[in-house]
Design a protein around this ligand. Structure first.
Ligand SMILES: [Zn+2]
Length: 485
């Protein structure tokens, strides 16, 4: 059988050397050494890199893992697991490894289609294998609220089910929510116990879960379940032609803070994502409460109400010892100092935010959006344009010219699910492009020529484990070329 060695690993390790011969020792027999000696060798690295650093020494009759922390041991074991999965003899070698960026993530949209607990666990297994450490869950949106709330139970009873399996079907059905007992109902949500199970499963794999609660836009379902968060016209009627919540009303803040308290109770991680993208703001200038708020706060431009909301929510989240992340639109109305900006409309948001001293996560929609076509559109299921083939996804560098590197936390692949009807389809869009995200996030030196055959092998490995990956060997010449169309 052919040998699978450090040259076959994804993400590529920082450095390795082949020391000659083939190991006769089972990789699961590794001896773990958390030594002062190793700590001394890596002491020049930042603390977060030290935590993930490891060295593996594969010899003829022994395998040794050296690390400074349990996390480092875990990363090392994932390396050994990947070597095992790749199959064949393992050559004697030394692998020295640690990450390039601290935030290496995958976002999954559970609102547009609900994929459930087993799906998320399965993806976390693959994430661990790829040394990814952030799972960002887009849990609520107009298409359905997907988390149980004790204080606001109507969110799930009224909007976790809808007519139409996919977003386009739901649109064709007139964007109708339904009750669970309707025979045509599609949907679901996570109970608090299931969410805790996700958090625990992630923690076992050194993955941080970032929950996203959207505000003030993308909130049709909230207004449907609890109309008191909507803007109000001068005749006292709520505005229903907007998907924004009302930043003028105290009921909105009571709602958001209660929900965020529930969310922070379940998710222990340092970050809470508050969305912040694509607010329409069409009702705000006409709303009694918004106008009153503007007067009180001395706000002259109604769009600045978004900044008011973000600052107030940031204060609330910070008072609980956490930090907010928001999509790059939050830059337009003033960002609290400690907030993290997630750049999605290209990298401009990241450039601007990092120069202003904010930490940034990069997921530009031209490189990191996994719901885009990954090959020539005529041979692919419906997706978004433009093309983001594996080569294009791989070509992204988070530290583009002008980015203030010390503020770049890392990158994420984002799987929006408007066009993704099933869990199997979701996997098809995630793999192999997530391999590219993982290597960009972890490895210091990248080469597509080296990566491509490794990605093909890893697709085979994942298919053997029951994942539905894109057929990389059948990729068209357009996909292979790296051209957009
Ligand atoms: Zn309002």
């Amino acid at each position: 059988m052919a040998a699978a060695g450090p040259q076959d690993l994804t993400p590529a390790p920082v450095e390795y050397s082949l020391t000659g011969g083939i190991s006769k020792c089972g990789l699961d027999q590794a001896i773990v050494l958390k030594s002062q000696g190793f700590l001394k060798e890596i002491e020049s690295l930042p603390q977060w890199k030290q935590n993930e650093a490891y060295r593996i020494t594969v010899e003829r009759f022994s395998v040794l893992i050296e690390a400074a922390s349990d996390e480092g041991v875990f990363r090392a074991r994932q390396t050994l697991r990947q070597l095992q999965l790749l199959g064949g003899d393992v050559p004697c070698c030394i692998i020295m490894d640690y990450p390039r960026f601290r935030h290496r993530g995958l976002m999954i949209d559970e609102s547009r289609t609900f994929k459930g607990l087993d799906f998320l666990k399965k993806q976390m297994d693959a994430m661990a294998l790829l040394k990814l450490n952030v799972l960002h869950l887009h849990l609520v949106d107009a298409d359905g609220w997907r988390i149980e709330s004790e204080a606001y139970p109507l969110l799930t009873s009224k909007t976790a089910w809808r007519i139409g399996r996919t977003h386009p079907e739901w649109k064709a059905a007139g964007f109708r929510y339904s009750s669970q007992d309707n025979p045509k109902a599609y949907g679901g949500f996570y109970s608090a116990a299931q969410l805790r199970e996700i958090v625990a499963y992630a923690a076992d794999r050194y993955i941080t879960v970032i929950p996203e609660i959207e505000m003030p836009g993308h909130s049709t379902e909230v207004g449907f379940a609890y109309p008191e968060v909507l803007c109000v016209s001068s005749n006292g009627h709520p505005f229903t032609g907007s998907w924004d919540v009302c930043p003028g009303s105290e009921a909105t803040f009571e709602f958001l803070e209660t929900i965020l308290s529930e969310v922070m109770d379940i998710f222990p991680g340092p970050f809470i994502h508050i969305g912040g993208d694509e607010a329409i703001m069409n009702a705000w200038p006409k709303c009694v409460n918004c106008r009153q708020r503007m007067k009180e706060e001395g706000i002259h431009d109604y769009r600045q109400l978004q900044g008011y909301l973000v600052r107030r929510i940031d204060e609330f989240v910070r008072s609980h010892g956490r930090r907010i992340i928001g999509w790059d639109e939050i830059l337009e109305t003033g960002v609290p100092e400690d907030a993290v900006v997630q750049s999605w409309r290209g990298i401009e948001g990241g450039l601007k935010a990092s120069k202003a001293g904010h930490d940034v996560v990069l997921s530009p929609n031209r490189f990191c959006y996994l719901d885009h076509y990954q090959d020539y559109y005529r041979k692919e299921p419906k997706a978004r344009s433009p093309l983001i083939s594996l080569r294009i996804c791989y070509s992204f560098d988070p530290v583009a010219s002008g980015m203030v590197e010390e503020h770049v936390l890392g990158l994420q692949g984002n799987l929006w699910c408007e066009h993704i009807p099933t869990p199997e389809h979701a996997e098809y869009m995630i793999y192999p492009r997530l391999f590219a995200v993982a290597e960009t996030g972890w490895s210091r030196e990248k080469s597509y020529e080296s990566f491509r055959p490794r990605a093909e092998k890893l697709c085979e490995v994942l298919r053997g484990l029951g994942y539905n990956t894109f057929d990389l060997q059948g990729e068209s010449s357009l996909g292979r070329s790296g051209r957009r169309d």
